[in-house]
Every structure is written in C-alpha cells, then in structure tokens.
Design a binder for this molecule. Structure first.
Ligand SMILES: [Zn+2]
Length: 156
C-alpha cells in the first residue's frame, strides 16, 4: 500500500472512526493488483479528533449499506479529475442482505449455504439487527468481528 495525497479518479472514504479503516478495507476486499489503495490511520481531524482515511483509485462501485453498518460516521467522496464530484454521508441501513452473518448455528442460514442473510434494524441507537429467520440479535455497536461481517463469507 502506498500513501498518496490525492487521487485523480476514485473514492475517498473520510472521517472513518480511528481503528476501523482496516476493517472497512477488509470488507471492501479491493483488488490491489489492479487498483491503488491507501489507508491512512489515526490522522488528525479538526472535527472528530482522530480518524482513518481510505483512498481507492479507479473504483466507484462500493457497498454503501455495508459501510454504513461498519461506520455510519464516515463520508464517501467520489473524485473525478481530482475534484469531489459527489459527497455522501453514510447512514445506518434499515435492511441488509448478505452483509452480517448470523451467529446462530441452528439458523437456516447456517445450514443452507445458499440462503441469503437478511437482517432488519431494530434499534438504531445501539445498532442492533435481527435475523429474519431465527430472530437472533446482533449488535454492531463496537462489534465488527470477522465472524460477523466479512465479505468473503458471501463469496461462495
Ligand atoms: Zn439467523
């Protein structure tokens, strides 16, 4: 990974909660043989104290719902020709498909590999999600373990 000051075309994910930048990158699973990716950890931010920043060159298609679950405070900037073309403030998604993995070993999604993992937001304050099939509740507030949220779970 190379730290670069600016990118010509691509995405800058800014105001990531310090420490979550790596988690975001792990989830996005960008092909680094094709794209330049920069992760800046623990940068000083005037607004929030410390932050992480992720820059990805030549990639525009990312899963905003997934990013909103991992870190709803982050912002996504779409850069075209060195200029911010669009800025998106992430939100906590109401319904998510194939982002969180159900923990319950008896859940149909644990048994049937092809069953989609569908979760509904039930508590915005605590970022709690309920499994559509078995009612298992997962709190995403501070819980970003690989066992719960990891893109590779769903590349099957
Ligand atoms: Zn379940």
């Amino acid at each position: 990974m190379v730290v670069i000051d600016s990118i010509k075309n691509g995405i800058v994910i800014d105001h990531i909660t310090a420490g979550l930048g790596m988690k975001l990158l792990e989830y996005l699973d960008i092909d680094t043989s094709q794209n330049t990716v920069a992760l800046i950890m623990n940068a000083v931010s005037n607004k929030y104290g410390r932050k992480d920043v992720v820059k990805i060159e030549n990639v525009f298609d990312i899963d905003l719902a997934a990013l909103g679950i991992i870190d709803p405070k982050a912002t996504v900037n779409y850069i075209e020709d060195h200029v911010i073309n669009e800025k998106i403030h992430l939100t906590i998604p109401e319904r998510v498909v194939n982002i969180i993995k159900c923990n319950n070993p008896r859940c149909v999604t644990s048994i049937e590999a092809a069953a989609p993992q569908i979760f509904h937001l039930i508590d915005r304050e605590n970022r709690e999600y309920r499994c559509e099939y078995c009612d298992e509740i997962i709190s995403m507030k501070g819980g970003y373990g690989n066992e719960i949220i990891h893109r590779q779970w769903f590349n099957r």
